[in-house]
Design a protein around this ligand. Structure first.
Ligand SMILES: Cc1cc2nc3c(=O)[nH]c(=O)nc-3n(C[C@H](O)[C@H](O)[C@H](O)COP(=O)(O)O)c2cc1C
Length: 188
């Protein structure tokens, strides 16, 4: 089994990345393969509303990595999407990713009944709408949203601060446990 995580933070070694890696720790301990893709290290443009994907069977006509990432998500057993909170929402790159992947998923049905969990880093406020923004893409695509013991976020400002949020990191651990449990049920 394989889980792929798309990290929408532009910061290498940032809080979102570290939270994703915490979930991965739990999954890897259960023998689940994990891959992280950092989608925000360079600009990612949003959907241009050309509707080309509705005419060509579900391939984005823009020439960048998005089709490869969608393919990765389609082949994975579960998908994680991480983002820092930027003005009480996802980063611009994460939004571009959600819009474009979400549209390809609508056209192809490739993400139906695939588990999805958002993972959000926040300094102080706006984490819940950020988690919601990720979940909305999955909910309209018949994905199975995985929760934890709190909404899927942890608190931190500077890189690594989230590790001091004990409840937040425990929340990530529990998310890993819940995802592993669901994957086992879905695959037996
Ligand atoms: C442009 C920008 C907007 C931000 N907006 C918020 C916000 O609305 N609420 C908040 O609590 N933190 C906000 N932050 C802080 C980040 O969410 C926080 O530092 C987070 O841990 C960064 O995650 P990362 O290390 O994965 O990039 C903002 C940071 C930036 C750069």
């Amino acid at each position: 089994m394989k889980v792929v995580a798309f990290n929408g933070s532009p910061r290498p070694d940032g809080n979102t990345q570290q939270m994703i890696e915490k979930v991965f720790e739990v999954l890897r301990a259960k023998g689940i393969e994990c891959e992280r893709v950092d989608i925000a290290r360079k600009p990612l443009r949003g959907c241009t509303a050309c509707y080309g994907c509705t005419k060509n069977g579900g391939t984005c006509v823009l020439d960048d990595e998005l089709n490869d990432w969608f393919d990765l998500a389609s082949k994975a057993d579960a998908v994680l999407i991480g983002s820092p909170t930027y003005f009480a929402n996802v980063t611009a790159e994460t939004k571009a990713f959600l819009d474009r992947v979400g549209f390809l998923a609508r056209v192809t049905g490739a993400l139906i009944r695939k588990p999805l969990a958002g993972i959000v880093a926040v300094r102080r406020g706006g984490a819940v709408p950020t988690v919601d923004a990720i979940n909305h893409m999955g909910l309209i695509n018949q994905m199975l949203i995985v929760g934890s013991t709190y909404w899927n976020f942890a608190v931190g400002m500077d890189k690594g601060d989230c590790l001091e949020d004990q409840e937040g990191m425990k929340n990530m651990e529990n998310l890993g446990e819940n995802l592993a449990w669901l994957l086992e049920k879905l695959n037996t």
